[in-house]
Design a protein around this ligand. Structure first.
Ligand SMILES: NC(=O)c1ccc[n+]([C@@H]2O[C@H](COP(=O)([O-])OP(=O)(O)OC[C@H]3O[C@@H](n4cnc5c(N)ncnc54)[C@H](O)[C@@H]3O)[C@@H](O)[C@H]2O)c1
Length: 335
């Protein structure tokens, strides 16, 4: 039995509960939340063995294969380090931490305790699956040639209402920022992963309080990240805007280009273009690669790779690089 413990069973904790519970051979051995109602809700809906009010008791009493950290952003570093030091492997929600110093301490704690620290990057499975894996295979096989530019957009119509003052995301001390630190980890990771380059040369970015107009809580961010390989990532994210919710990726190579994305459709198709020919037939693309993603969900990927002793796609070092780009982006927006 692969034993999972979940710290924080709010919105995303319940998604992890749903997805881990669906995997054969996985047991939700323990959950913890400071809010009794969240615990009751999780107990009523999932087969959970033990529940805790304090994460220290969970970490001390349980022997788990994986602890999943699903609490507000400002607690990621502290709770992750405690979990690693108590001898557990950890999957930490995004963003990895509020700052690079904390993120570095998390990686060091994993090394010192010889435990695995994994980072959540679920958009590969949840939003762009299976097209994104097909696209990645095509890029890696150099079918597009040299990738010189990737344009990524993740625009939401309405995430939070301006009067939702109790929500931790709208409190800078708890969140570390707004749309950029919340949605940026997903979309920047996708860009760097597709480019196979997590080394940022420079970031020129801007953030805006947009529609929410809350101090230090951005609602919209636009920026250009230049990677060491010379590939540029042009990225727009927004929590709220007078626009349709949409997510889209355009990849430009010197042999071909590609586009995936959609409006409200979580199964977007892959389109490929060539100079002088426009769109290329799907059969031509199919001949080059399989469309099968590795496992059905991020959670299944993590369990299977851990059980097989294989390297996971959810690397903490990559989450560190993404946080580095976000930090530079916020700095750049002050210019
Ligand atoms: N990967 C994704 O797609 C995705 C989506 C949403 C949120 N997230 C991330 O997940 C994390 C949680 O976000 P959320 O939307 O679930 O928030 P939430 O407010 O819905 O849930 C957070 C939970 O943590 C609990 N909590 C707070 N302090 C705690 C503590 N000290 N110990 C234990 N529990 C504590 C709260 O009671 C609450 O139940 C954030 O870091 C967020 O960025 C990721």
């Amino acid at each position: 039995m692969f034993k999972v413990g979940i710290v924080g069973v709010g919105y995303v904790g319940n998604i992890h509960l749903t997805k881990f519970s669906a995997i054969e051979g996985v047991e939700i051995t323990a959950i913890q939340d400071k809010d009794a109602k969240s615990i009751d809700h999780a107990k009523a809906n999932f087969d959970v063995k033990n529940t805790y009010k304090c994460h220290k008791h969970l970490l001390k009493n349980e022997v788990l294969d994986l602890v999943v950290i699903c609490v507000p952003n400002h607690l990621h570093a502290e709770l992750t380090i405690e979990a690693l030091e108590s001898g557990h492997n950890v999957l930490c929600e995004k963003p990895m931490a509020l700052n690079l110093k904390d993120a570095k301490s998390m990686i060091e704690a994993a090394d010192q305790n010889q435990k695995l620290l994994l980072a959540v990057n679920n958009f590969r499975w949840d939003y762009f699956n299976p097209s994104i894996f097909k696209l990645k295979n095509l890029i890696d096989s150099e079918w597009f040639g040299r990738i010189y530019h990737i344009k990524l957009q993740y625009l939401r119509n309405k995430t939070f209402s301006p009067d939702l003052y109790s929500r931790w995301n709208l409190d800078f001390e708890s969140s570390g920022g707004g749309a950029l630190i919340d949605l940026g980890p997903h979309i920047i990771d996708l860009g760097m992963w597709l480019a196979s380059d997590y080394n940022t040369l420079s970031v020129s970015g801007s953030v805006d309080a947009g529609l929410l107009k809350r101090e230090r809580i951005d609602d919209f961010a636009t920026g250009l990240i230049k990677l060491k390989s010379n590939c540029t990532l042009q990225i727009d994210v927004s929590w709220s805007g007078h626009n349709r919710s949409s997510w889209k990726i355009d990849v430009y190579g010197d042999k071909r280009s590609a586009s995936i994305g959609s409006v409200k459709d979580r199964n977007p198709g892959l389109k490929v273009f060539k100079w002088g020919k426009e769109e290329i037939d799907q059969e031509d693309i199919g001949a080059f690669t399989s469309s099968d993603p590795p496992e059905k969900s991020l959670q299944e990927h993590i369990v299977k790779t851990m059980m097989r002793g294989e390297e996971s796609l959810c690397k903490a070092n990559n989450a560190y690089s993404v946080l580095n780009a976000i930090t530079q982006w916020y700095e750049s927006s002050k210019d």
